[in-house]
Ligand binder design. Structure first.
Ligand SMILES: [Zn+2]
Ligand SMILES: [Zn+2]
Length: 909
């Protein structure tokens, strides 16, 4: 079988599709050659030629077959490898040279010593194949840093050399020219040299470097290698174990398969040796795609540094859809550099309370730019809130804020992992876990604490913002063997903005209010004791039926006038049966503010019961008619200019009551009137609440409004006070103090004030923090409320001081108090005297005269009686009664007249 045929059987049989190997060489700097042809490596091509020749030897001499099979395995491994390696090449070259002499065996009689040499060759080749397999399995970083690898290759090369010499001797071949291959040294390539230099630079101990993740990472970066968690794992496992395992495996494969493999062209054999590793699938944590070690490479993975923002619908790292980063696929999550998928994972832990048990943390905020420096040590309980609890004790260390733009650290450690780290730290004394920035002015960091014997005994975390004098430093003691907190947290330094205890209480100015304080009670009760005024010819009584008599703006509100509604009962007061119906033909109204002498016409007067055509209305004697009406009373031009719309309140009569005179006119033009009154009922005024620390206000008497700001305490942690709805927290006050310390300005406008505007005019408020520079704290707030800047004249306002509640961290040391230098005050105000408004007058107080005797003339009645008497026929009973009553009246009148006539002296005489 020639090589092409074998190659075809190995790779081209259809069921296994082998992608072309991606080769990169560390000898020439990282060039990717996508080329399956072996010709680019002369060592490989000559090895294949030798293999080709050997296939016939193997068939003829079965005891040579293992060497032939192993060479095939080595060639396959090397072909699959991603990079050409000088040491592997060297070993393959030596083996190829050795085996190239095998065809001679076909021409000679094989004696026992030769058989022995062949057996040794087979053994040596097993070793070589096992070594190459173990070496190739190693990560590139590990391969270089495991400096002892080279010794293994040297030993192996030595064995090959010695076998080769023996073979040449037994075949009686004397080659003087090519012997340099047996005498030359195992090569040292650029990366091996770099590794040796690196180790030498860091103390010379390979062990110290191998266990120090940061050092390994540094080396990987320096050589542009991929660094991931498998690196540290591989570094701590011994390659000798791996070689040993491979050896055993190889022997098994050879024992079971040599015969058949020669027949089958090695297909299953080589596949078995290689398949497991080459085809193992991983899922990349950065891009979510599946990969194998074979398909992975320096640019295989593309991803975004930041997480997709579903709100703004883009990746904040680059604002573009195509990934902005390229790298190697990674099978395990890491914090070596930012990638989008990392952040939901860290947030899933840090954002919940049931995911971890925080042992200690430090945090400091820059009081100028709000940048936060922080670090923490916790026990990780679960990766996802409400998820399964971790079985193993796991330490979680975080430094900095996990965000794609800034440096951060978020890593976990089990007891076993801590053990590995201890080894490295003990040797290297490199205790730093992570630090966000090298400068001492602003940073966050975490580091291991070692005992004298070099054992990890705890974690020290520190954070400092540039605006703080000292850093926060805490130590969390850790028990290495159990990975648990082993004692109380030690605080070594307190950072942040710390205030001092004031040596004496602060004395504040009393509150000041300029302007009247209004009442929200009506000036007096509504008067309802107005009497009907009418003419004798129109015998009606008017009576208010609604309570209150007038309702203001129940349905409409209008800036120019006020609407009033009421109901009046109109009673026909003529005698029963008097046949004197009253017919109301018109309703009108006039109004007057109490204190004014004259009534003025209203803007509109409407009868509400029925349509306007309801009039005229006829009311029978002793009957009543309900009149529901609405009148519109115009406002004064000044009031109308304010355009105030109040519902259920009238704006016009807010200072003095209004009276409305309703006039009814009958069909003959006779009129009767009734006066109704409306007394303004103010809106309730805002008052100081029970839990208010202060309520700073002034009243505007013109529009009867109270302008005020509540100052309330806070109960939530970190919050200090609420002024006018704005919550001030400790951080905010610390920033204010920092600002004051820097600028020397001890009165700082908190910039939370507002200008409020509405129909009733504008007003504004503002609040200042007063800072005690000696005790480094805000000691009080000054709140000023005043009329708006656009008010024609400034007349009202108030100033009040409120003590600041205790907040933040305090140094337990008293210092003398120092008061702020204040400049903010009320503007100059114009004096204001509340006008005296008349609340009542007697203009509508009218006593109706004693009603005159019924106007029915006696003569007429007598005439009627006589007419009735003269008529024949029966008289109805009712009429008879009425006549009797009239008769009685007439008799009384006649008697009276007689008395009058006799008593009076005769004027005629
Ligand atoms: Zn991006
Ligand atoms: Zn990937």
């Amino acid at each position: 079988m020639d090589y092409q045929e074998m190659h075809h059987q190995l790779h081209g049989s259809g069921d296994v599709i082998v992608p072309p190997p991606v080769r990169s060489t560390s000898l020439t700097t990282a060039t990717n050659i996508v080329n399956p042809v072996v010709n680019d490596n002369p060592v490989m091509s000559s090895a294949m030629q030798v293999l080709d020749q050997l296939s016939s030897v193997g068939k003829a001499l079965p005891f040579v077959a293992p060497a032939f099979v192993i060479l095939k395995i080595i060639i396959d491994m090397e072909r699959r490898a991603q990079d050409v390696d000088a040491k592997c090449n060297d070993l393959l070259e030596r083996i190829t040279f050795m085996l190239s002499h095998m065809p001679v065996l076909l021409k000679i009689e094989i004696m026992a010593p030769t058989r022995k040499v062949i057996d040794r060759i087979n053994e040596t080749m097993k070793d070589a194949a096992s070594l190459i397999a173990a070496y190739r399995k190693q990560n590139r970083v590990v391969r270089r840093l495991s400096i002892s690898n080279r010794e293994k290759f040297m030993t192996c090369a030595e064995d090959v050399n010695s076998c080769c010499r023996d073979l040449l001797m037994s075949l009686q071949i004397h080659q003087s020219i090519q012997l340099d291959i047996l005498t030359r040294k195992v090569p040292l390539d650029e990366d091996d040299e770099a590794a040796e230099t690196f180790v030498a630079k860091h103390g010379g101990s390979v062990d110290a470097v191998m266990h120090d993740r940061e050092l390994v990472k540094e080396f990987a970066e320096q050589r542009h290698f991929v660094m991931d968690d498998s690196v540290m794992e591989q570094l701590s496992t011994n390659i000798a174990d791996s070689v040993q395992q491979n050896h055993i495996r190889l022997e098994g494969i050879l024992r079971d398969n040599v015969q058949s493999s020669i027949v089958d062209g090695l297909k299953s054999l080589a596949a078995e040796m290689l398949a497991a590793e080459a085809e193992q699938k991983f899922t990349c944590v950065q891009c979510d795609t599946q990969f194998t070690n074979y398909t992975n490479g320096p640019k295989a993975c593309s991803f975004h540094r930041a997480e997709y923002d579903s709100w703004t619908k883009h990746f904040p790292c680059c604002s573009a859809a195509p990934p902005c980063e390229f790298g190697t696929h990674r099978a395990k999550h890491h914090c070596d550099y930012p990638y989008g998928k990392f952040f939901p994972r860290s947030r899933g832990v840090l954002g919940y309370v049931d995911t971890m048990e925080e042992w200690s943390s430090v945090e400091d905020t820059n009081l100028e730019n709000d940048e936060v420096q922080k670090a923490s040590v916790s026990k990780l309980l679960r990766w996802v809130s409400r998820g399964d609890r971790l079985q193993e004790n796991t330490l979680l260390i975080t430094v900095g804020r996990a965000w794609y733009k800034n440096p951060y650290y978020f890593n976990t450690f089990t007891a076993k992992e801590m053990e590995t780290i201890t080894k490295s730290v003990r040797l290297s004394r490199r205790t730093l876990i992570f630090r966000t920035a090298p400068n001492d002015n602003e940073f966050a960091m975490a580091e291991w604490i070692l005992s004298i014997s070099g054992k990890i005994t705890g974690v020290r975390i520190a954070a400092k913002a540039a605006t703080s004098t000292n850093p926060y430093i805490r130590v969390c003691p850790i028990d290495l063997s159990t990975c648990t907190k082993s004692g109380d947290i030690l605080t070594l330094s307190e950072g942040g903005m710390r205030s001092y205890l004031p040596a004496s209480p602060y004395v504040l100015l009393p509150p000041l209010r300029i302007g009247p304080v209004l009442s929200d009670e009506p000036a007096r009760p509504v008067r309802t004791n107005f009497k009907t005024r009418t003419s004798p010819a129109l015998r009606v009584i008017l009576k208010t039926m609604s309570d209150p008599p007038l309702t203001a703006n129940p349905e409409f509100a209008n800036g120019r006038c006020d609407y009033y509604r009421g109901t009046v009962s109109v009673f026909n007061n003529n005698a029963p049966g008097s046949l004197n119906p009253v017919t109301i033909a018109g309703v009108s109204a006039a109004y007057r503010m109490v204190g004014n002498a004259e009534y003025a016409p209203v803007e509109q007067c409407k009868v509400l019961n029925g349509t306007d055509s309801a009039l005229p209305v006829t009311i029978e004697p002793r009957q009543a008619w309900q009149l529901a009406f609405e009148v519109a009373v115009p406002r004064t031009p000044a009031d109308a200019a304010l355009d105030v719309r109040w519902w259920n309140r009238a704006f016009g009569p807010r200072h003095r009551p209004v009276r409305i005179r309703i006039t009814l006119e009958d069909i003959e033009g006779e009129e009767c009137t009734l006066v109704l009154e409306h007394v303004f009922k103010p809106y309730p005024l805002t008052k100081r609440k029970d839990d208010d620390l202060a309520f700073v206000f002034f009243d505007d008497p013109n529009v009867l409004a109270r302008r005020g700001v509540h100052v309330q305490p806070c109960t939530s942690e970190g919050e200090v006070i609420v002024i006018g709805g704005t919550t001030l927290n400790t951080k905010r006050l610390e920033k204010t103090v920092y600002q004051a310390l820097k600028s020397g300005k001890t009165e700082v406008d908190l910039a939370i004030g507002r200008t409020m505007s509405g129909a009733e005019g504008t007003w504004e408020w503002a609040a200042w923090a007063l800072i005690d520079i000696s005790c480094r704290r805000v000691y009080a707030f000054k709140i000023i409320v005043q009329e708006g800047k656009d008010a024609p004249v400034q007349r009202f306002g108030a100033v009040e001081y409120v003590l600041c509640p205790a907040y933040g961290d305090t140094v337990n040391k008293p210092r003398p108090v120092s008061y702020a230098t204040e400049t903010a005050r009320l503007p100059p105000l114009e004096a204001y005297t509340l006008p005296e408004y008349p609340q009542d007058d007697a203009l509508d107080d009218f006593k109706p005269p004693v009603p005159p005797k019924p106007a029915t003339p006696v003569i007429e009645a007598a005439g009627l009686a006589s007419t009735l008497a003269m008529s024949a026929g029966p008289v109805p009973v009712e009429l008879t009664n009425r006549l009797a009553s009239i008769d009685a009246n007439l008799a009384r009148i006649a008697a009276a007249l007689e008395k009058l006539v006799t008593a009076a002296p005769s004027t005629k005489s």
